[in-house]
Design a protein around this ligand. Structure first.
Ligand code: SF4
Length: 180
């Protein structure tokens, strides 16, 4: 189980964060974050783990810089500014049929390039992305897609654009963009 090397350390991003069952919480205060994390369990009728901070550390260590934790990190963190600017560049585009959007999102949900773990700072930006896409209604599938790693953009926004152009390098053969 990955833990901070120095248990009392504050992560480089200055905040503690946790995600459970698709809901994300963050705080600059460790005790407050632990309470928020417990709340996520209670909200779903689950008993919070006794060592809640251990669970939080394990979650955070997947994306914190190598060396901060007792085990190596996961894939490199995404450049949030780039994700935002690439997403904003799609604002105002012609929008696809809602049925098509939903089908695309379902493909993204199963895609290994749908990267939730590497973008903790992106949390809370889904509403912003959808508002920019003509105020598209949020559907359940939006809660299961995040950043398309090859496109470095919110997959929900990408799936909403009628024709986002050819698939960039790194998109798997299963990507819906390969069939446009
Ligand atoms: S690569 Fe394609 S299917 Fe995968 S997340 Fe990106 S847009 Fe979705």
């Amino acid at each position: 189980m990955a833990r901070f090397r120095i248990q009392s350390a504050v992560p480089p991003c200055g905040k503690f964060f946790f995600e459970f069952d698709g809901e994300y919480v963050e705080s600059g205060n460790r005790a407050e974050l632990c309470e928020l994390a417990r709340g996520l369990y209670r909200k779903r009728g689950r008993v919070p783990p006794v060592d809640i901070f251990g669970v939080v550390m394990e979650h955070m260590c997947r994306t914190l810089p190598d060396g901060f934790c007792t085990e190596p990190s996961g894939p490199p963190l995404l450049d949030v500014a780039k994700v935002k600017s690439n997403t904003a560049a799609m604002f105002g585009s012609r929008i696809a049929n809602p049925v098509v959007v939903r089908e695309r999102l379902h493909v993204c949900m199963a895609c290994p390039m749908n990267d939730r773990a590497s973008c903790p700072s992106c949390s809370g930006l889904l509403e912003w992305a959808l508002a920019g896409m003509g105020g598209r209604t949020r559907i359940p599938a939006d809660d299961f897609v995040y950043v398309c790693r090859p496109a470095l953009a919110f997959a929900s926004a990408l799936a909403t654009v009628d024709n986002p152009g050819p698939a960039p390098d790194g998109c798997p053969d299963s990507c819906w963009r390969r069939n446009l």
